[in-house]
Design a protein around this ligand. Structure first.
Ligand SMILES: CC(C)(COP(=O)(O)OP(=O)(O)OC[C@H]1O[C@@H](n2cnc3c(N)ncnc32)[C@H](O)[C@@H]1OP(=O)(O)O)[C@@H](O)C(=O)NCCC(=O)NCCS
Length: 169
């Protein structure tokens, strides 16, 4: 398996993997995550260092992205969406993508990454409730689902988090 930053030519395959991973009962209905991803690629918060694909010999099988949001004036990455093609799930691909994006963030000296997701899944990667670190979601009902992975607690900003514009929150 190859793990590397996404390039423009990967995007059709990334949309296809995201569609398949988030598909509901009707595969003809495009999941909202596909449109979100298209807007994230075009937004100011997009940073190619934090858009990572996994490939097997012939195809893209997974993708994760983190884009720049803010806490006040301070930039802070927000992770998501992450998607692994259904036929490749439960084989550790999602974990490898998470590890890789965290390694990049650490190598670039970032203080942390936030996300909105299932604590049951993300705690294994070191995520903790963000409010416990003074970072608050725009929607208080997100509660324990709004999480932060801390790399440098001394540099971590505190305040209200605003995601990259396409998230609308
Ligand atoms: C979430 C996802 C990226 C994980 O990818 P993956 O390659 O299957 O992940 P891994 O193999 O590294 O880890 C899988 C483990 O995570 C667990 N897991 C997956 N999704 C979970 C969730 N929402 N809550 C709790 N645990 C979860 C599984 O139980 C699995 O454990 P098991 O293999 O022992 O059953 C993949 O399942 C996916 O694309 N899901 C659909 C899209 C999605 O929900 N994305 C996350 C929200 S942005």
């Amino acid at each position: 398996m190859q793990i590397r930053p996404e390039v423009y030519d990967d995007r059709a395959a990334v949309y296809a993997v995201t569609h398949a991973a988030f598909a509901g009962l009707d595969p003809m209905v495009e999941p909202e995550e596909v449109g979100l991803l298209q807007r994230l690629f075009d937004c100011e918060g997009y940073d190619p260092r934090f858009s990572i694909i996994a490939r097997d010999d012939s195809a893209v099988i997974g993708h994760v992205i983190a884009t720049w949001g803010t806490v006040g004036e301070e930039p802070l990455l927000g992770l998501g969406p992450i998607a692994v093609a259904p036929e490749y799930q439960h084989r550790g691909v999602g974990s490898i993508l998470m590890q890789h994006i965290h390694d990049n963030a650490k190598n670039f000296g970032l203080s942390g990454i936030v996300l909105l997701g299932s604590p049951g899944y993300y705690r294994r990667f070191g995520y903790e409730t963000a409010t416990g670190h003074g970072i608050h979601p725009s929607d208080p009902s997100w509660d324990e689902h709004f999480m932060v992975r801390v790399f440098d607690k001394d540099k971590l900003p505190a305040g209200n988090y605003r995601y990259a514009a396409p998230f609308g929150c």
